[in-house]
Design a protein around this ligand. Structure first.
Ligand SMILES: NC(=O)c1ccc[n+]([C@@H]2O[C@H](COP(=O)([O-])OP(=O)(O)OC[C@H]3O[C@@H](n4cnc5c(N)ncnc54)[C@H](OP(=O)(O)O)[C@@H]3O)[C@@H](O)[C@H]2O)c1
Length: 388
């Protein structure tokens, strides 16, 4: 099948495009920028057509001859400065590309939304496709994904395209070009000198499993249905314990209350505006502390979907972060990576060349700087827990 993939320069779309290639599909990447006729995905290349999500004529040209569409492009970001873009791109962009797909006769589309449209629980209970986002903290991003689902199903039924909704949970791993909020959860712990954690929990899934899940849904998902694509459900303390164990760092210690996390996030947002770097935490995310973003992927599992365990997922995320410029050199050099990190992925000089960009000078030093985990005796006295 000839399939178009949007968002192939991103974390999810990149793995979706790879999985489509693995399944034997011919892939056309629709990107908003870039001039080359092809896009590199690691050591493979796919055809590339450049078209903005607002340019219906351009999208029609890009989709011409495609039997399927995997629409993964979206703004995945939190914080007040992203609100307008989040609403515009995630909803209007989805409408525009599905209308264009209908114009040229593309029969089937998988649209990437998110598990957050199924809400969260105070209790540690897994939610399913039947649940809804309720009366709970809902950042603009969450609302945009709910509206995106409605828009996708509406265009699908009005224009006669088979639309299947893919709802990934918290996607970790790589390669990535821009640090997103999901991998930032792991990075935040590495950077936090107090090694604190918080109440509640999340469902973690590896980007490779989400990629394969999308292709499965393209082949055999029921039109009009939602499919959660997740992995293991863990408390945040368990997630942070995994990060600590895989990197040789101590903790986690005390739980940060939501109010304190919100104050720290406000400082982070202010600093990010000053430095023009993405904020590692936002007040919108801090407001979700204490809730369980736990989900069951039984519906997708019935089609054959499977995800690797959380430890392997976090190990891969650590592996990608370890070779990324997001991890400061001093911290990278202090990590004692568990062999599971190396087993989770081959450490390459840097993720950027895998995305078709020329390597940055000095990229090769990153991998060299990741040290094997030396054996060391257990500490004589445990470190005192600290609070922020
Ligand atoms: N990561 C997660 O934990 C997670 C969880 C659940 C659902 N999702 C969903 O997965 C999808 C992809 O997320 P991601 O994590 O892969 O994010 P990402 O790494 O930031 O990638 C976003 C992709 O969308 C493209 N894009 C952004 N704005 C665009 C615009 N205005 N026009 C055209 N393309 C645009 C980006 O292109 P450029 O490279 O040009 O910027 C990039 O290819 C989103 O629908 C997101 O809601 C993600």
């Amino acid at each position: 099948m000839r399939v178009a993939v949007t968002g192939a320069t991103g974390l999810v779309g990149g793995q979706v495009a790879r999985a489509a290639l693995d399944a034997g599909h011919e892939v056309v990447a629709i990107t908003r920028s870039g001039t080359g006729a092809t896009l590199a995905l690691g050591d493979r290349r796919v055809a590339r057509v450049t078209a903005a999500l607002t340019d219906r004529a351009g999208l029609r040209r890009a989709l011409d001859g495609c039997d399927g569409l995997l629409h993964c492009a979206a703004v995945y970001a939190f914080g007040p400065e992203h609100e307008e873009q989040v609403r515009g791109v995630n909803v209007a962009g989805t409408r525009a590309i599905l209308e264009a797909a209908a114009d040229v006769g593309t029969a089937r589309a998988v649209v990437t939304t998110s598990s957050v449209t199924r809400g969260s629980s105070r209790e540690p209970l897994a939610r399913s496709e039947h649940d809804l986002l309720g009366d709970e903290p809902a950042p603009a991003y969450y609302e945009s994904k709910v509206a995106q689902e409605e828009a996708a199903l509406e265009v699908g039924s009005r224009r006669g395209i088979e639309v299947v909704l893919a709802l990934p949970t918290l996607v970790l791993g790589g390669p990535y070009r821009r640090l997103g909020p999901s991998n930032a959860i792991v990075l935040r712990y590495l950077l936090d000198p107090t090694r604190s954690t918080f109440a509640g929990g999340g469902n973690l899934v590896d980007a490779r499993d989400v990629g394969a899940g999308h292709v499965l849904l393209l082949d055999s998902g029921t039109p009009g249905q939602r499919y959660l694509l997740g992995g293991d459900n863990l408390s945040w303390r368990a997630v942070h314990s995994l990060v600590a164990d895989l990197t040789g760092l101590p903790g986690p210690y005390a739980e940060v209350p939501a109010g304190v996390a919100s104050a720290l996030a406000a400082t982070d947002e202010w600093w990010s505006r000053l430095t023009a770097r993405p904020a590692l935490s936002t007040r919108e995310e801090a407001a979700t502390i204490g809730r369980h973003y736990w989900y069951a992927s039984d519906r997708a599992a019935d089609l054959g979907y499977a995800a690797r365990p959380a430890r392997a997922t976090v190990a891969a995320a650590v592996g990608w972060l370890a070779v990324s410029p997001d991890l400061p050199r001093w911290l990278r050099e202090s990590l004692r990576l568990h062999p599971d990190v190396r087993a989770a992925r081959e450490l390459v000089p840097a993720p950027l060349p895998e995305l078709g960009e020329p390597p940055e000078p000095g990229d090769g030093s990153a991998a060299a700087a990741v040290r094997p985990r030396p054996r060391r005796p257990p500490p004589r006295s445990p470190r005192r827990p600290q609070t922020r």
